[in-house]
Design a protein around this ligand. Structure first.
Ligand code: MN
Length: 201
């Protein structure tokens, strides 16, 4: 049976500095994200989940109410999506094509979209995620608690996410979640990734 693997980071561990330090990446990717992978593989060995894709495990465990499997599988998927949502400052481009038109139609501007994501990040009580999602081409911002993910809603296509668990920002920003959110959303978003995801949906 093939195990779930930890996907490689799409950039060097220093690429997001100074907003997200290599030290944060070393714990966030190297300990938290990697830990979810190791735990999930232990949990699913010899079960009907073994051999399924990560997406299938997330959806099946949600449907089954298998909380431990779901929490670890969804956190793996959410983190991989988070790393892909970010890019070294100056390399993420801007909204393009049909995605750019949807941003203007649904938010007014990319800056207004960033503000909506920042608001969702700050208002999410406790641990969780802020997301830009598309529903049949209509963009909106949502947030989810803990490991919850839009992947379990077949109507939604996730386009970008921001991790607002304290482990994502505490080493660099301590308790200042709003400052972390503003810096990441203002400087590190991978708009090309979002545009591609939107245009594929
Ligand atoms: Mn995290």
């Amino acid at each position: 049976m093939s195990e779930i693997v930890l996907e490689k980071l799409p950039y060097a561990d220093t690429a997001l500095e100074p907003v997200i330090s290599a030290k944060t990446i070393s714990f966030h990717y190297g300990k938290h994200h990697a830990g979810y992978v190791a735990t999930l593989n232990k949990l699913i060995a010899g079960t009907p989940y073994a051999g399924l894709s990560l997406e299938e495990i997330v959806r099946k465990s949600a449907a089954d109410g298998a909380a431990a499997v779901f929490n670890n599988a969804a956190q793996i998927w959410n983190h991989t999506f988070y790393w892909k949502s970010l890019a070294q400052a100056g390399t993420g481009g801007g909204p393009t094509g049909a995605f750019a038109e949807a941003v203007t139609r649904d938010f007014g501007s990319a800056d207004a979209l960033i503000k909506a994501l920042a608001d969702a990040a700050v208002k999410r009580f406790g641990s969780g995620w802020a997301w830009l999602v598309s529903e049949k081409g209509k963009l909106s911002v949502i947030s989810t608690p803990n490991a919850e993910t839009p992947l379990t809603n077949p109507a939604l296509t996730p386009l970008l996410t921001l991790d607002v668990w304290e482990h994502a920002y505490y080493l660099d920003w301590q308790n200042r979640r709003a400052d972390y959110a503003a810096a990441v959303l203002g400087k590190l978003l991978n708009w090309k990734f979002a545009s591609d995801a939107f245009n594929r949906a």
